[in-house]
Design a protein around this ligand. Sequence first.
Ligand code: ASP
Length: 439
Amino acid sequence: MRKVVKFGGSSLASAEQFKKVGEIIHADKERKFVIPSAPGKRNADDTKVTDMLYACYDLAEAGKDFKAELQAIKDRYQEIIDGLKLKLSLEDEFKTIEKNFKQKAGPDYAASRGEYLNGIIMANFLGYEFVDAAEVVLFDEDGEFSAEVTNDKLKARLENVDAAVIPGFYGAFADGKVKTFSRGGSDITGSIVARAVKANVYENWTDVSGFLIADPRIIYKPAGIETITYKELRELAYMGASVLHEDAIFPVRREGIPINIRNTNAPEDNGTWIVESTCQKSKYVITGIAGKKGFCAVNIDKDMMNSEIGFGRKVLQAFEENGISFEHVPSGIDTMTVFVHQDEFMHKEQQVVSAIHRLADPDHIDIEGDFALIAVVGRGMKSTRGTAGRIFSALAHANVNVKMIDQGSSELNIIIGVSNADFETAIKAVYDIFVLMQI
Ligand code: ASP
């Protein structure tokens, strides 16, 4: 039995935080593979080391002096090394980094040094082997992550390794040139390593005790989510809920490895379990609520639309031709509505309208902006009667006009369209009815 444990930047921002992490790792012998992020913010006004590295490299690339900026980064690491009383010098590493910056090694290389150096410190601190991610996490020539090649390489490399630290966030092309994932990508590395070593759990340690049912900026102290399925998480993440990098789900999901989101500052909390499937009922009918503002509804009318084969395809082709992805397409007998992101659509709306006319010959097109979409997600909805009814009566009581309803056939979620101005009120109303009143 072995666990892969990933620690986010705020969990490793200082020597104090490193000590907490050390205690967590030593508290469980199964915590064998550790994925560190770069040091994050120590307080609200602080700067993440990754951002310092990007800024420092910008200067290097512009041919400007970057000594002071590199020194500030060095100081951040030295503070951690001193605080942990380690006999470790990063002097040579920084010489190499300086040389590579001068030779314009690229922003990906620059940013990756945050995790790389933190990995060296972590390995020294724990007495674990250090495995450079550039040797085991690989990208193809198009910059796409090579999942299978990586899995084989990692498996072989870690086969006889008892305990190792593998820095998050980056890997390399076949020629060794460093490439990073998108921001927050250490989550992905953790998942990749968990798959390769067939871990029994992937623990993702951060600064919150798991997912919350709703956004705490809208709901005061929302309840936490104990267990969530990958599918539910995808729905919520898509609608803006974020704790974990979206791409971190795929490697472990295919192996059925659960993810446990934990809080480094409150290790006694169970956090949230992300699982493939569960017979555990969630405490409430709904698992979570998330939403986004800024959508536009394009309403298309045409008499006898229902019997015209290919109408929907032609309409969607008009969006495709203009490079616009659609979110939802609720339809009636003679109407069809396409929901799109307002900021993407705005500049191209007239091209899209004329393309719809050209391709589908509708009777009338009407565009309405400033919509918000809210996803009410829950595996419990399938087996509970009247969920939709309760949502809509709660919204009616809160004086929210519902402009669109879309329930996926999986009965995993209900999407509601309201005006931007009603967004917060609508989320509160749904939260109250299911969580506060528990009905
Ligand atoms: N350090 C990187 C970032 O700030 C990656 C990560 O923390 O996961 O985005």
